[in-house]
Design a protein around this ligand. Structure first.
Ligand code: HSE
Length: 432
């Protein structure tokens, strides 16, 4: 039984994800109608070049996105990406009381508050499951299922391109440039891979995750970011020696500062994680997010983080949710930013480093290096030394210290006359 109401949907954009959304809407229309309690009708699709979209009915295509948003539709699905024109179009939709389903991580990470405020004032919904980690049900669990718990930390592999490149480097011993070129040839890396390899994509996702997990407004600008371009085959090999794997991680933590006050740290950078950590086995283009919460303990959500059909699955799930809300006359969760925690700068975040040095093999060298660590109040957890053509390779893993202290230590050690080369420096994460 369905109600008389028809849910009319406008879609903005029709790339890889949009084409799959249109296909699923067509192929599953009876099931969607039964689940929602009303039929769904795709009223139009706004695209820039209508002659390039042969997989969708031509009569649905329009180049006038503003007119489509302003037409008699209930829900606007946005799969264009980028800030404008998506921001303006979605604000128009929300201000007019139309619910929004978007996959746009950059927009949410930069202007999420503005969109939430517009939704709040008109009574509309904004859902965005597809913006982080494609098909993986992740944001709804954070926003709803875990809303009664206190999340303390999230560690995620949220970018498939970089995970594919690092997995390939690990499997073949290839360097970064070679692995990136191969990923491009195989279609895993975009022609311009900057957003992925420099960590911008993961940082936007970290901002969204931290905001939901810690009930605090976190934007992309609050997220410390390092990409994978500086990861070398030597780093991967050094990780293997100590039973670790290199991953680009998005880490969001609720921390207590030196003065006892609470804060949020959100950071994206490569790190060595133990081979037996659940995230270490997340290979290729897959994504996973490891969640730690006070009552729930540890959870891991895993699946396909990109691609047309997997991302469309998340979009369709949101469409069902917002359509149900409209039929029932209610709305989903609003922005929850009541905790309003400050963002802690990376320098004050507590991390651990793995440092591999090529040093002169003579008396007093280890003592001189160790003295620099002591000067910066950085405690050494393990030291391993091996002969290296008359010199020695000195591999140090530290205990926890502030990132600032660890960096200053590395800078000072690198300047010691007996240190020939700093072969590898990387943070280590994921220890119990
Ligand atoms: N480019 C992203 C990735 C997918 O490589 O995972 C979309 O966020």
């Amino acid at each position: 039984m369905t109600s008389a109401k028809v849910i009319r949907v406008a879609m903005l954009g029709c790339g890889v994800v949009g084409t799959e959304v249109a296909r699923l809407l067509r192929e599953q229309s009876d099931d969607l109608a039964a689940r929602i309690g009303a039929p769904v009708e795709l009223a139009g699709i706004a695209v820039r070049r209508p002659n390039r979209h042969r997989a969708v009915p031509a009569e649905l295509l329009t180049t006038d996105s503003a007119a489509l948003v302003e037409s008699d539709v209930d829900v606007v699905i946005e799969v264009i990406g980028g800030i404008e024109p998506a921001r303006g179009l979605l604000l128009t939709a929300l201000n007019a009381g139309k619910s929004v389903v978007t996959a746009n991580k950059a927009l949410l990470a930069e202007c999420g508050h503005e969109l939430y405020a517009a939704a709040d004032s008109s009574g509309a919904d904004i859902y965005f499951e597809a913006a982080v980690a494609g098909a993986i049900p992740l944001l709804r669990p954070l926003r709803e299922s875990l809303a009664g718990d206190r999340i303390t930390k999230l560690i995620g592999i949220v970018n498939g391109t970089t995970n594919h490149i690092l997995s390939a480097m690990s499997a073949t011993g290839a360097g970064y440039t070679e692995a990136l070129e191969e990923a491009g040839r195989l279609g895993y890396a975009e022609a311009d891979p900057t957003a992925d390899v420099d960590g911008f994509d993961a940082a936007a996702k970290a901002a969204i995750l931290a905001s939901l997990a810690f009930h605090t407004r976190v934007t992309a600008a609050d997220v410390y970011r390092e990409g994978i371009a500086a990861v070398t085959a030597a780093d991967i090999a050094a990780a293997r020696v100590i039973g670790r794997t290199v991953k680009l991680l998005a880490i969001c933590e609720r921390v207590t500062g030196a003065d006892g006050s609470r804060a949020v740290v959100a950071r994206v950078h490569p790190a060595m994680i133990p081979d037996d950590h659940p995230l270490a086995s997340v290979g290729g283009a897959f994504n996973a997010v490891f969640v730690e919460a006070d009552a729930a303990g540890q959870l891991m959500l895993y699946g396909q983080g990109a691609g047309g059909a997997p991302t469309a699955s998340a979009v369709l799930g949101d469409l069902v949710a917002v359509a149900r809300n409209r039929i029932a006359g209610g709305h989903g969760p609003r922005e929850s930013a009541y905790a309003n925690l400050p963002a802690m700068p990376m320098g004050q975040a507590v991390t651990r480093y793995h440092i591999s040095l090529d040093v002169a093999d003579r008396a007093g060298v280890l003592a001189k290096v160790a003295a620099v660590f002591a000067e910066h109040d950085v405690s050494i957890a393990t030291v391993r030394q091996e002969g290296l053509d008359g010199d020695a390779s000195l591999v140090i893993v530290t205990h926890e210290a502030t990132d600032e202290a660890l960096r200053s230590t590395v800078d000072k050690v690198a300047g010691l006359p007996m240190v020939r080369d700093v072969a590898s420096v990387m943070r280590v994460e994921g220890d119990p």
